[in-house]
Design a protein around this ligand. Structure first.
Ligand code: FCB
Length: 437
């Protein structure tokens, strides 16, 4: 039996475009995910987030559900184009009112509100002006951060600038499987720098508007393990580690871009202007760690027989279930001394439902195994202060549409009914007692 610290925060996470719906209501502007998902062939089954979980109308029911489960924290994201429809022009006050009501509703129920400003839904008008490859997008983001901080900071528990900028730049601009669907390495590198710059400028804007608000960033990590002892596998794994795990953490932690990743990408760093790295590396109050799996890296010309292979436990996405990797990542992140407060801002798994069955034992096993690893890391002195399961609800899983179910609460997308799975009851018990058995 493992006992978590008294003050450990237990919660659940979601993101605006994945759950809100109400895509054209109360003045919300178009985002790149509206445009992308409405373009034939981009998303599984041509699904989109027009309705999603209809959380925009059902938010009270959803937060009551969390209160009933005894959760103490909720990580949600704010839709930029709901607040500033064209990204850098007029403020849409009814958009801000929605988040205002949500935050008050959470506090009334004793749930800490943890907001994320950018979970991939760039206003389409900013994309039309060049999107993240363009420097001005970072300025627009800093202003948006300040607008939100002015309105909500007196009641938020924390504010994260970006969610997983690696995915935003890589999937959105390098390989094009996410919005806005561009596939150009040069643009992706420029996007990655402007995302980081946006983070740094936003941290400044938030500190000006709300000096006491805990401010940070959410990054995704996965260990990159060489498949064999072959030198080629080892060096490729090192490069992947640089390009995936260090690309964002390095600059934020004041260590700059990883040299091996810069070289492997052939980046001339023309976008990096004097002072940018100082802007990006301001101290943060917390780092959000998102963890799902590891990568086993095989170079196409390697000849040594693989000794490390992807294990048999897989999720619905066919991702390997590899809890040990979270321990490895936590120790690695801690070693960079980037912060003394780490939250697990996402961790969870998609599994197909067995018919109407709400008995999701594989998800319970997944959560238990990862929580066990977190507990060991805490015992070793890694300052993990909270856990936000991904996700509260089944939702619009980006390019996979509604085909992948991550919720501890099932959503019937015909009726929009919420049906807590057994994992929700199990997690509720862990959250209430702080005990993992
Ligand atoms: C993360 C995203 C989140 C969700 C999970 C499964 O990369 O931040 O929105 O899609 O993966």
């Amino acid at each position: 039996m493992s006992r978590f610290p008294e003050d450990f925060i237990w919660g659940a996470a979601t993101a605006a475009y994945q759950i809100e719906g109400a895509a054209r209501e109360d003045g919300r502007g178009e985002s790149i995910w509206d445009r992308f998902s409405h373009t034939e062939g981009n998303v599984y089954n041509n699904d989109n987030g027009d309705v999603a979980c209809d959380h925009y109308h059902r938010w009270e029911q959803d937060i009551q559900l969390m209160a009933d489960l005894g959760l103490g924290a909720y990580r949600f994201s704010i839709s930029w184009s709901r607040v500033i429809p064209d990204g850098d022009g007029e403020i849409n006050h009814s958009g801000l009112d929605f988040y205002d009501r949500l935050v008050d509703g959470l506090l009334e129920r004793g749930i800490e509100p943890h907001a994320t400003l950018y979970h991939w839904d760039l206003p389409q008008r900013l994309e039309d002006g060049g999107g993240w490859p363009v420097r001005a997008t970072a300025d627009a983001f800093a202003r948006y951060a300040q607008v939100v901080a002015d309105r909500l900071s007196d009641r938020l528990a924390s504010m994260a600038t970006l969610n997983e900028p690696w995915v935003a730049a890589n999937h959105g601009y390098e390989i094009g499987t996410h919005a806005p669907g561009r596939a150009n390495l040069g643009e992706a590198l420029a996007a990655s720098h402007h995302l980081l710059l946006a983070h740094g400028q936003a941290v400044r804007a938030i500190r000006d508007a709300a000096p006491g608000l805990a401010t940070g960033i959410v990054l995704n990590f996965e260990p990159k393990h060489p498949a064999s002892d072959d030198e080629l596998d080892h060096s490729l794994a090192d490069v992947e580690h640089a390009r995936y795990n260090m690309w964002y953490l390095g600059p934020v932690a004041g260590r700059g871009y990883p040299q091996s990743g810069v070289e492997a990408s052939g980046w001339d760093m023309a976008e990096v202007l004097d002072g940018d790295l100082d802007t990006i590396s301001q101290p943060i109050d917390f780092l959000g760690v998102n963890y799902y799996s590891r990568g086993v890296v095989r170079h196409p010309h390697a000849t040594a027989v693989p000794t490390t292979t992807v294990g048999p436990r897989r999720t619905g996405f066919n991702w390997e279930v590899y809890p040990e990797g979270l321990g490895e990542i936590l120790r690695f992140v801690h070693s960079t001394e980037v912060t003394d407060t780490i939250y697990i801002t996402e961790n969870g798994a998609a599994f197909p439902d067995a018919g109407d069955d709400l008995d999701d034992q594989p998800r319970i096993d997944f959560l238990r195994d990862h929580l066990q690893v977190i507990h060991e890391a805490i015992e070793d002195g890694v300052p993990v202060k909270g856990y936000l399961v991904w996700s509260l609800l089944d939702n619009f899983e980006w390019a996979a549409g509604y085909s992948q179910r991550f919720g501890i609460v099932k959503v019937d997308f015909d009726t929009l009914e919420r049906l807590p799975r057994r994992s929700a009851r199990w997690y509720s018990e862990v959250a209430r007692t702080g005990l993992l058995t």
